[in-house]
Ligand binder design. Sequence first.
Ligand code: CA
Length: 221
Amino acid sequence: MRILVVEDDPVLADGLLHVLRRSKYIVTHENNGKRADSLLAEQEFDLVILDMGLPDMDGAEILSRLRQRKNKVPVLILTARDNVQDRVLGLDMGADDYLTKPFDLPELEARVRSLLRRGVSASSALLQFGELLLDTVGHRATLGGHPLELTARELSVLEILMLRIDSVVSKEQLIKQLSGLGEEISENAIEVYMYRLRKNLKSGGVNIRTMRGLGYMLEKQ
Ligand code: CA
């Protein structure tokens, strides 16, 4: 599950990123309204957490442009406690839920889970490839009905590969997407994840094929 956090307050943004990453979501952060608008036009997210007051373009305009593009991604807006107008405007523009600042992080996590559940049908939350099943909301994977012991990173790598069945995913793409999770990722680390994933997948007829110089793709054996 990919979440975009658009928040220009560095302290609040840090807190949000910390709890969301701890909950194993792939999180991208943007602190500028205009850049957030371009990012939303270019990339797909499963949820957007949107502050209303932002530099260069405010949250209401970002939201209205998003809905004009017929993008239905769930949006949770963050508004100041005393600003009823912002809240009403946000909901009118097509926000799905709101939180007033300051809010408790556990409450935010609960809203995020609920919006993600509402936003995805059961079928798109579940990715399948052969005997391999990945629950992208519950962060669990099974192979032939048996649960796989995977770390958050390994699950994310698997999710990225499963979202692009029949196409090659390059190391650069993996590094770019995974760096949303926080720490920097090296090419060597990608190789380690692949090694671990292959070991886990070995018994179930699913393999990760290395396309020399191009990247990786899932295949059935
Ligand atoms: Ca702000």
